[in-house]
Design a protein around this ligand. Structure first.
Ligand SMILES: Nc1ncnc2c1ncn2[C@@H]1O[C@H](COP(=O)(O)OP(=O)(O)O)[C@@H](O)[C@H]1O
Ligand SMILES: [Mg+2]
Length: 362
């Protein structure tokens, strides 16, 4: 049968791929990507407070993965929304990115409770992102098109039964005892998930969350910290082209190499990011201990790194000081140049200037 992008691809082949996919170039890349991930994993364990790194990396991943889908917000809008007492007035794109972050945690906790990636977990993730209960597509009409030209590039399989069967096959592939290396499986599974395209919307984002969770499931990461979308957005044309090439020509190797390269590059980048944050925390601790010995505690400085925007309540809630004293602490830290006060709506915030600069770096 000739493949036709305009007809629902109910003939999407089941996994595993018929071709030999663990070629020598693939296996070479598996080794180097695996090494980069192992270094990242080792580093995460050494951080004083895992929340600091987890929050900031996950937020960047959420922002960029959403940006691939043209849901665009700024770091500043996100940081503000995270620290604000109310979500009133937060723009829709920012809210959607915050839900993405929530969805990543949702999936991560699902895996902790029951360590298998399943259709239920996929649905739970997309429902969290979309904030609805739509779940698996039941209606025909979903297509992947070129936004610029209006041309239809791909029509995913149709019919809830067909979709569920293909998802079931994907689950079996993910969990098979005798399958290929986990990194190769991650690449193959990501293609397959996108080709099944089980939801009316949110497939790209859910698929990228699943890829990261899969690395956690396989113990290649402890926490879902990998800035994977950074590579994808920088090489977005290739991402689309190579997905398409698997469908149209069963060319798996370039797609798998692309995903392995994405893992390796972003594992290195994420690791460097973490080292930079860790160094900044240490430097800030030393400076505060030196300049403001009367107010210095480790907990106080760590708190300034939980969110780029801090406020009096955060100190009070953390049990660091009472309101008045907490306000005085923040002013002292501002006097020292660590924080900079700013008013947003009715609230007074203190921005951790160096952290903000670090996180804003490309
Ligand atoms: N030719 C293709 N074949 C299969 N999947 C594709 C193709 N082109 C793009 N995709 C995937 O579809 C995603 C977009 O689907 P969509 O449901 O709109 O996701 P989201 O709502 O997260 O935007 C892309 O991010 C990509 O992963
Ligand atoms: Mg979309």
């Amino acid at each position: 049968m000739v493949y036709d992008p305009l007809i629902p691809y109910n003939d999407l082949p089941e996994l595993p791929p018929k071709k030999e996919i663990e070629t020598i170039p693939v296996l070479k890349r598996v080794v180097s990507a695996g090494r980069a991930l192992a270094e990242l994993k080792g580093l995460g364990e050494t951080l004083p407070d895992q929340n600091i790194l987890v929050n900031s990396i996950i937020l960047q991943e959420a922002r960029t993965s959403s940006e691939i889908e043209n849901i665009i917000t700024t770091n500043d809008a996100l940081f503000r929304a995270l620290s604000a007492s109310s979500q009133v007035g937060v723009d829709p794109a920012t809210k959607e990115v915050l839900r993405y972050r929530e969805a990543l945690w949702t999936g991560f906790h699902d895996l902790k409770n029951r360590p298998v990636l399943s259709t239920n977990v996929f649905v739970h993730i997309v429902n969290t992102i979309k904030q609805d209960q739509a779940g698996i597509r039941t209606m025909p009409g979903t297509v992947i098109g070129n936004a610029a030209t209006g041309e239809t590039i791909y029509t995913p399989p149709d019919g809830e039964d067909v979709i569920r069967r293909k998802l079931h096959n994907l689950e079996e592939y993910i969990h098979a005892f005798d399958g290929p290396d986990p990194l190769v499986r991650m690449a193959v599974s990501h293609y397959q998930f996108e080709a099944i395209h089980p939801f009316a919307d949110g497939n790209g984002r859910t698929g990228r969350i699943i890829s990261i969770l899969y690395l956690v499931q396989e113990s290649l990461l402890d926490l879902p910290v990998l800035f994977l979308s950074r590579y994808i957005i920088k090489n977005k044309g290739e991402y689309y082209r190579l997905l398409r090439q698997v469908t149209e020509a069963h060319e798996w190797e370039p797609w798998i190499l692309y995903m392995l390269e994405a893992v390796e590059t972003t594992a290195d980048y994420t690791r460097r990011r973490i080292l930079d944050i860790r160094e900044l925390i240490t430097r800030t601790m030393d400076a505060v201990r030196n300049d403001l010995p009367k107010i210095y505690t480790k907990e106080l400085v760590e708190l300034l790194f939980k969110h780029p925007y801090t406020k009096v309540e955060f100190l009070v809630d953390a049990g660091i000081a009472q309101r008045q004293t907490a306000a005085a602490y923040l002013r002292d830290l501002e006097g020292m140049g660590v924080l900079k006060s700013t008013r947003i709506g009715r609230e007074n915030f203190f921005l951790n200037v160096s952290l903000y600069d670090l996180l804003s770096r490309p």
